[in-house]
Write a protein of this length. Structure first.
Length: 356
């Protein structure tokens, strides 16, 4: 993870690689016929419920932007321009590929309308919905940074307000899963907790026992969530269970602590296995947006021809092999599609440095 001013955070790219892997496994676990493997082992639930990888990405975004911008003055229009330049080229390419697969003009027109709505609603394909949520965070970022600088307690009050808001929706509508998972209404907790994790990072540095306790507590919660029925089968989808009121906050708390601990407690080399994992993290955006084109087909073919994927162990082993085979294609996308537009980034007028 390399901001434009030149420093490189190897450990944060490790976390991005983990997040990309969990999302890949989550989609691999679907298989086109609709079945989901069930976990025989509770400690595997974090992969069986790999949608939590999105929470890792979003918590990490909050942490990274605080790390880069918290003590800096920056030109906000240049920041937004650079972020659009970073995210939109690959998103537009993926959207164009999906659109070209439409076989009727009316379907193309409907898809284009969906793409326009996607700037507000979670409708972009291949995981692009989360890019829209990320953009919503960017629009709020100056205010959130200002609040974080003023008082950590105000940030906690904001999270409390979000919890109350989701409780109110759940009380009225009988479900809040859609808002909690797919929109900024739920994800804002994770961004804010990422910001707070950076400003309190000194409190978690080298606290290894506490980090292990947090990690196993988080695994226990995700296993409990999986036991309730997980993402799809907690009574029905969208679920009426009130766990979705607090799920974004719990995941944000756990991952924010672990991100700050990992970033401050270790200095990772950019070589060997560490460097290889970091390179996987560097192309995680391409992994995230492109894997949907192949992951369901690959899982179905393996399930039909090689091994029964209803076993969590065989599913995870098969998903890992497919993930490693897919990484080189994602890295090629990173080199060819993601990097070239970054030559056109703008510098901050005051600091003469690029903004992310």
């Amino acid at each position: 993870m390399k901001p434009s001013q030149g420093s490189y955070f190897v450990g944060l790219d490790h976390i991005r690689a983990l997040a990309a892997f969990t999302v890949f496994v989550w989609h691999f676990n679907h298989v086109s016929d609709g079945h989901l493997a069930t976990s025989e082992y509770p400690f595997l639930a974090i992969l069986m419920e790999g949608h939590v990888g999105v929470a890792i990405f979003m918590t990490l975004s909050g942490y990274l932007f605080a790390k880069i911008l918290f003590d800096a003055r920056f030109f906000y229009p240049a920041f937004l321009y650079n972020r659009f330049l970073r995210l939109l080229p690959l998103l537009i390419l993926v959207t164009a590929i999906v659109m070209l697969r439409k076989d009727r003009p009316d379907a193309v027109i409907a898809f284009l309308k969906t793409f326009v709505r996607g700037f507000v609603f979670p409708e972009w394909p291949n995981g692009g919905w989360s890019v829209a949520v990320e953009l919503h965070f960017y629009f709020l970022l100056p205010v959130l940074l200002w609040i974080t600088r003023k008082s950590k307690y105000i940030c906690l009050c904001l999270i409390a307000c979000c919890l109350l808001g989701r409780w109110a929706v759940w009380s009225t509508e009988g479900t809040v899963q859609t808002l909690s998972y797919w929109t900024i209404v739920g994800r804002i907790d994770q961004f804010i907790l990422g910001l707070l994790a950076f400003v309190t990072a000194d409190l978690v540095k080298n606290k290894h026992v506490r980090a292990l306790l947090i990690f196993f507590t988080l695994l226990t919660y995700i296993a409990f969530f999986d036991h309730l029925g997980g993402f799809y089968s907690n009574t029905r989808y969208p679920s009426p269970h009130p766990v979705w009121i607090i799920d974004p906050t719990i995941l944000g708390l756990g991952f924010a602590y672990l991100v700050a601990w990992y970033d401050t407690s270790f200095t990772m080399p950019n070589k060997g296995i560490s460097g290889l994992i970091a390179r996987i993290g560097a192309c995680s955006y391409s992994i995230y947006l492109l894997h949907s084109f192949v992951v369901f087909w690959a899982a179905q073919w393996i399930h039909d021809n090689i091994v029964d994927l209803t076993s969590s162990v065989s599913m995870l082993l098969s998903a890992t092999v497919c993930f490693l085979l897919f990484v080189p294609f994602a890295y090629l996308s990173y080199i060819i599609i993601e990097l070239p537009p970054l030559r056109f980034r703008l510098n901050d007028r005051r600091t003469k440095r690029c903004l992310l």
